[in-house]
Structures are given as structure tokens and as C-alpha cells.
Ligand binder design. Structure first.
Ligand SMILES: Cc1cc2nc3c(=O)[nH]c(=O)nc-3n(C[C@H](O)[C@H](O)[C@H](O)COP(=O)(O)OP(=O)(O)OC[C@H]3O[C@@H](n4cnc5c(N)ncnc54)[C@H](O)[C@@H]3O)c2cc1C
Length: 413
């Protein structure tokens, strides 16, 4: 699909490829494999810059489960550069109003609007399914769904037929197990994050503030592997629950932990009390790493395809958007080696974005050593108690994935 050196194809070949592309769809300038937040953002910026873009996405629709996502201000500004704030707020995003801890029955506001103000950082909560669907709808690219890229070929999942699609440049936004990355011959060490994430949607309790996250913490370490449970308010009266658990924890033990956690909580919504945990939730494992190269001749990678991370610190989607902004600028400027240019601009910032995952992974492993098991219980309250520490943490998380050169490309429309 992205024969290295596509740009070196002879004229006669180019003519043949052009005909084949027209037969498939529309003779794209840029082919994007994967319609995640990075690929769709890139498509939107390139389309507005006058490029014809084709997105090939394996999934026929959004995932059936709901999970939360935090976007930091630069990423949110980028969304708002495509459509108005009101547009995005209608369905997908909501400005964060704070975080309240329910620490075994004691309610403590740990982040407040005043703290966001002092930090100069206003994050947004979003429904990632709605944001990606909206981006797919407005990006201006031709979108083909239900087609899986195999290696140098693609397969229509409905018809079972295989096809070849070719473009001058192929972009891999196809996640941690990227086929495009494999096609570039880039070997990458993927490490398993030691926690899994159990997630589902419920209704947001009408009596609770509509923009404040609620985190339930247990009094003592729970024996079955449940570490905490967070409820994020989303648009449309919904909430996304997210529970980090020790990888490999068994369902029965988690169910017992869940009952114990809720029994000690100050306020538990009825719906949450009634859910079947963890059976009615979706369990997600994450792998992480940072690719040694960002592409090859004819192909460039972005987002999770080059730096998959855990949800720690809320970095992955923000990094994917930052990559898209940089890559759009590079492609619109016609840079001769876009993969190298993207790597020059983004590697250091992406390395900072991977850092929370690396640190959490190490810290977690340390905390499982019997004598060091009380570390999280000692350190987390220390960090949360100090205003200065919380402000510093917010600023670092908001700025970690940013590169100095983050600015939107100049667009023709
Ligand atoms: C529980 C959870 C919570 C998270 N919370 C946050 C958060 O708060 N903040 C944050 O910034 N990040 C968060 N993340 C991480 C974030 O979701 C990812 O880093 C981000 O989605 C990566 O975007 P992407 O565009 O690179 O790729 P992806 O979103 O992984 O998209 C890849 C797309 O490619 C498609 N695809 C894959 N293979 C093929 C193929 N062969 N052919 C065709 N299509 C293919 C897939 O169907 C998918 O749609 C969280 C992740 C999880 C799991």
C-alpha cells in the first residue's frame, strides 16, 4: 500500500496507479489508515489545506462501550479551530469543574475551578466515541469504514474481498499494533502496562454537579485487585466509569472489592450500586512504548502507532492531536522527508508524554513489593494536600505533550 519510495515511481506506473485509485474512490493525495483522533484531526487539517484525503477505518461504527478522556487546552483549542466551542459542547466535550475524592466516606474537593484558574489550565472531559464520530463527519475526507488494512493490501470486512489502494503518502494512525508500522519494517518494543481499565457508561446522578469528577478510593488496599473507581460526567446526562485494576484480577474477587468500595463510600448512585461489576463492563489492557522511527519512505506514523501509552496523566489522545497538527504543517509545506521532519519536531515532546505511563508503571511495580506497599497511601495524599504540587502537576500534564513549535498550519479555507 505504501511501497517505500512511492515518490520514485515512474510516470507510466503513476498513470496506472491513478486509474486504480480513481476506481476505488477519489485519487487521494493522502491515505490515512485508522480513523482515531489523530488520523481524523490530520484529515480535517489537510482537507482544509486543500488536500484530498481518504481514511480507511476497520471499525464499522464507534465502540459499544463508553470511556472517559481528558483533553488539555492546546488539544481543545485545536478542536475549536475546526468548529465553534458551542458546536463541540453540544455533544462531545465539557469544561472540567473539578475533582472530588470520596475517600472511604469522606468527601474532599482536590481540584476546584479556583485551582484551575490559578494554574491557568482548563482541561475538558470528552466522550471519545462522540468526538471521533464528529471528527469523521466534519473532516472533509472520504471515509471508508469496515475495511481493514492487512499489510500492503486491504480487505473489505463485509464483502470479504481484498484490494490494493495506493497513494503518494500513507499515514498510519492504526494504533499500538500498527500494520503500517510493521510494513515500514519498524520493530518496536511494546510493554504491557501492569493495570487494566474496566469501563462502562451509566447515568450521571442529577443531584451531582454536572462537571465535577468523582473518585472513590478504598480505606485500605483491596485484596481482589480493584484500585479505585472514577466517574466522569459527560454530555447528555451520561457518565463514564473507569476502574483501574491489577492486570489479571479475577472477576469474583473484583466483584467483592467493588461491593466493599461502595459500602464505604459517602454517596453512591443507585444505578452504580445495581450494576454487575465487572461482567457488564469492558476490560481494556494497554501496551506502551516509543517507536525508534516515525515512518519510512512513503509512510508516516502518528499517535498510538508510534507512542501507545496508558491513560495515566491523560496524554495519548493529546499527543495524537499534537502529532496531527505538526504533520499537517509538514505535509502542507511539502517537506521532502515528512517522517524525519515529524520526528525532529515531536520526539522530545512525545517522550515527555510517555513519561507518566513509564513512572506509573515503575511506581506500581514498586508498590507491589511487600515492604513498600504503603508507598501510594503515603505519597498520593501528600501530593494532593499541597496546592503548589497540584498546580505544578496540572501545568506539567497540560504541557507535557506540547512541542515549542505547536501552531496550527495555515489553511486555505
Ligand atoms: C481507558 C482509556 C482512557 C484514556 N484516557 C485518556 C485521556 O484521558 N486523555 C488522553 O489524552 N488519552 C487517553 N487515552 C489514550 C487515548 O485514547 C489514545 O492514546 C488515543 O485514542 C490514540 O489515538 P490514535 O488516533 O493514535 O489511535 P486510536 O484511537 O487507537 O485509533 C486507531 C484506529 O485505527 C483503526 N485500525 C487499527 N488497525 C487497523 C487496520 N489494520 N486497518 C484499518 N483500521 C485500523 C482502529 O479501529 C482505530 O479506530 C485513554 C485510553 C484508554 C484505553
Amino acid at each position: 500500500m505504501f511501497p517505500a519510495g512511492q515518490s520514485r515511481i515512474r510516470d507510466a506506473d503513476l498513470h496506472r496507479l491513478t486509474e486504480r485509485r480513481t476506481a476505488f474512490c477519489m485519487n487521494p493525495d493522502v491515505l490515512i489508515v485508522g480513523g482515531g483522533i489523530g488520523g481524523t484531526m490530520l484529515a480535517a487539517l489537510l482537507s482544509r489545506g486543500g488536500k484530498r484525503v481518504l481514511i480507511i477505518e476497520r471499525a464499522k461504527g464507534p465502540p459499544a462501550f463508553l470511556r472517559p478522556e481528558i483533553l488539555w487546552p492546546r488539544a481543545v483549542d485545536t478542536l475549536f479551530s475546526l468548529e465553534s466551542r458551542e458546536f463541540w459542547e453540544r455533544e462531545c466535550v465539557r469544561a472540567a469543574g473539578g475533582i472530588v475524592l470520596d475517600n472511604s466516606g469522606k468527601l474532599t474537593p482536590v481540584v476546584t475551578p479556583e485551582l484551575f484558574g490559578r494554574a491557568g489550565v482548563l482541561p475538558f472531559f470528552e466522550n471519545p466515541n462522540a468526538t471521533r464520530e464528529t471528527l469523521l463527519g466534519i473532516c472533509g475526507a472520504e471515509v471508508r469504514r469496515g475495511i481493514e488494512v492487512l499489510a500492503v493490501r486491504a480487505r473489505d470486512l463485509a464483502a470479504g474481498t481484498e484490494m490494493e489502494i495506493e497513494a503518494a503518502i500513507t499515514i498510519g494512525d492504526d494504533g499500538a499494533e500498527s500494520r503500517v508500522r510493521a510494513g515500514c519494517g519498524i520493530a518496536m518494543e511494546l510493554r504491557a502496562f501492569p493495570m487494566e481499565f474496566i469501563t462502562r457508561g451509566v447515568s450521571w446522578p442529577s443531584a451531582w454537579p454536572v462537571d465535577v469528577v468523582r473518585i472513590f478510593l478504598p480505606r485500605r488496599r483491596l485484596s481482589g485487585g480493584l484500585l479505585a473507581l472514577a466517574m466522569f460526567p459527560l454530555r447528555g446526562g451520561k457518565a463514564a466509569c473507569l476502574a483501574p485494576v491489577v492486570t489479571g484480577s479475577v472477576d469474583e474477587a473484583l466483584a467483592a472489592d467493588f461491593a466493599e468500595l461502595l459500602a464505604g463510600a459517602a454517596e453512591v448512585p443507585e444505578e452504580l450500586r445495581a450494576v454487575d461489576f465487572p461482567q457488564s463492563f469492558t476490560r481494556i489492557g494497554r501496551k506502551w512504548g516509543h517507536a525508534p522511527r516515525y515512518g519510512c519512505d512513503g509512510a508516516v506514523l502518528l499517535g498510538d502507532a508510534i507512542h501507545p501509552v496508558s491513560p495515566a496523566g491523560g496524554q495519548g489522545a493529546n499527543m495524537a492531536i499534537a502529532d496531527a497538527v505538526a504533520l499537517a504543517r509538514i505535509l502542507l509545506a511539502g517537506a521532502p522527508d515528512p517522517a524525519a521532519a515529524l520526528e525532529r519536531e515531536r520526539r522530545a515532546a512525545n517522550e515527555r508524554g510517555v513519561q507518566p505511563t513509564r513512572l506509573t508503571s515503575r511506581f506500581f511495580r514498586l508498590s507491589r513489593i511487600p515492604l513498600l506497599g504503603s508507598l501510594p497511601g503515603l505519597l498520593i495524599p501528600l501530593v494532593l494536600r499541597s496546592d503548589a504540587m497540584r498546580i505544578r502537576a496540572l501545568r506539567r500534564l497540560a504541557g507535557w505533550q506540547e512541542s515549542a513549535a505547536w501552531c496550527l498550519p495555515r489553511l486555505t479555507v
